[in-house]
Design a binder for this molecule. Sequence first.
Ligand SMILES: NC(=O)c1ccc[n+]([C@@H]2O[C@H](COP(=O)([O-])OP(=O)(O)OC[C@H]3O[C@@H](n4cnc5c(N)ncnc54)[C@H](O)[C@@H]3O)[C@@H](O)[C@H]2O)c1
Length: 416
Amino acid sequence: MPRLNNPSTKSTAASQSDTAQADLTVVGGAGHVGIPLVLAFAEAGMTVNVNDLNEAVLALLRSGKLPFIENGAAPLLSKALANNRLTFTSSPSAISRRGPVIVTIGTPVDQFLNPVQSAVQDCIDALLPYLHDGQLLVLRSTVYPGTTAWIDSYLKRLGHKLKVAFCPERVVQGNGIKELHEMPQIVSGTSKEAEQEAVALFQRIAPEVVVIKPLEAEFAKLFSNAYRYIEFAATNQFYMIAKTAGADYHAITQAMKHNYPRAKTLPRPGFAAGPCLFKDTMQLAAFARNQFGLGHAAMQVNEGFVLQLVEDLRRIYDIANMTVGLLGMAFKAEVDDTRASLSYKLKRNLQMFAREVLTTDPFVKTDPAILPLDQVVKRSDILILCTPHSVYADADLKNKPVVDVWGFLKNANVVY
Ligand SMILES: NC(=O)c1ccc[n+]([C@@H]2O[C@H](COP(=O)([O-])OP(=O)(O)OC[C@H]3O[C@@H](n4cnc5c(N)ncnc54)[C@H](O)[C@@H]3O)[C@@H](O)[C@H]2O)c1
């Protein structure tokens, strides 16, 4: 039987001893980064204390269900539960008394695009009374440069003797299980002991470990995401330039890439969205005293892309008398996550001009406005492919006019 520590009875002697004995704790362990990481460590033979404020998701995990799409995770969850490798707790007081504590909580930016520094500090403050001297504290969330050193000196000032490490998560959402298994882990520590212990920990799940200093590791993560975001902006801007000139961007990129390796990495145009790329580019911009011109330019292009689309449609069509159907509301293909999805920005903007806006998505289950695909196709005068889910590639769109900036649809009546 799996160890089922009911979060609401976490003060019972049984659950306390279970959590105290776990080999490691993942704080935020029920999140998008947390779950694949928890399962990777469980698969490596460790017992993991899944510590998360979200009791509803903990209950779901305890029952063997996943709260979102994560490829390859379902069998690993069943196996980890069957092998008694997981405990579930929702209070900071229930973290393991020994073994590393890995923090994977969200690290947002505020309405002025500055990092919310208190997110990490509040979490650490809550954990502090329950952390033991000598314990390894690993920051896994993406953080503002300098955060790891700051946490280290903050803990020292308060008289705590913890080993502090920063080991950024770099997996692509939805494929964490595969990528954790295949990709190198970047590891850093604020002391030799912290670094060595973090290396030993991540060697249990990763094929390779790359060691650098904490500030370098923080930059490595932010640069990776900002670079990707800039790449998307480059292709989106090229697309708009070609479109304005009446040229076919997909024909252009096909020609560019044909047997020409240097152009191969140019992504296709589309909605560059989601909870990380924009947010992390803005964290970097805030660090660079808002002088990260390329990052800001990327934000203008990627966020402006959907607004430009609406402008163009308003010029070409009598949108005020049309029903517009949006295909795909998740922030990217084959996931059910709507966080920071540009489909919703497009929807809000279109609602100001169109007669009606309808939405559909095969994966998103959290939005009551979502309708079945056939209804949206039937009722819409024009369709917009927002998220290139594979089911849309050959879908019967009844010859309705479709906007496909991605160049994704095979047999559709693409008009833009
Ligand atoms: N989503 C990704 O693919 C991805 C990839 C790489 C890095 N990151 C970074 O990882 C971090 C987490 O992102 P995410 O997408 O997993 O977020 P998420 O919102 O899916 O997960 C965060 C989890 O932390 C829990 N939580 C928040 N505060 C807590 C606390 N004080 N104690 C216990 N649990 C708490 C939440 O309930 C949630 O389950 C962010 O810094 C993000 O930028 C995300």
